[in-house]
Design a binder for this molecule. Structure first.
Ligand code: AMP
Length: 137
């Protein structure tokens, strides 16, 4: 996907815009979400230009997830939290609003984010979908 290097997170990476950073190295930066969904909501972003997780090089994705874990562990130690929801939205249709790939770490219960696991799916339809995904691998 075409990358806009003027997006907010690209500008935070270049230090053109301020951010409340909690971690930074040569590949990744983590900072507090400006409009938190829960207290302690933190974002982790790779510095490499990629719009969605689907555009991100596997090596960058692998490294970023290591930092996601590191930040989550730090949040667990530092904050009085019971759980952390890891959220990653890829694409506007999924709700992505900033076009630079990022991982949300949201200290909360998943039930506060909206319910899942409520209604049993149609297993036959699910199998067909699974086969399609498998065939595309
Ligand atoms: P998404 O909807 O998955 O693209 O999430 C983008 C997130 O970035 C939202 O949770 C916003 O609150 C957050 N956000 C937008 N602008 C900033 C900013 N300047 N600094 C920190 N977080 C931001």
């Amino acid at each position: 996907m075409l990358y806009d290097d003027q997006n907010i997170f690209a500008r935070i990476i270049r230090n053109e815009l301020p951010a409340i950073k909690v971690y930074e190295d040569d590949q990744v930066v983590a900072f507090m979400d400006i409009m938190p969904q829960a207290e302690g909501h933190t974002l982790v972003i790779p510095k490499t230009p990629a719009v969605t997780l689907l555009d991100l090089a596997p090596e960058a994705a692998a490294y970023t997830i290591q930092i996601v874990q590191k930040i989550a562990q730090a949040m667990e130690k530092a904050l009085d939290i019971k759980g952390v929801v890891l959220m990653q939205l890829s694409g506007a249709a999924a709700g992505q609003t900033v076009p630079h790939v990022h991982f949300h770490l949201i200290p909360t219960s998943v039930h506060e984010l909206g319910k899942h696991a409520l209604h049993m799916g149609d297993q036959e339809k699910i199998k067909v979908l699974a086969e399609k995904i498998k065939a595309a691998l």
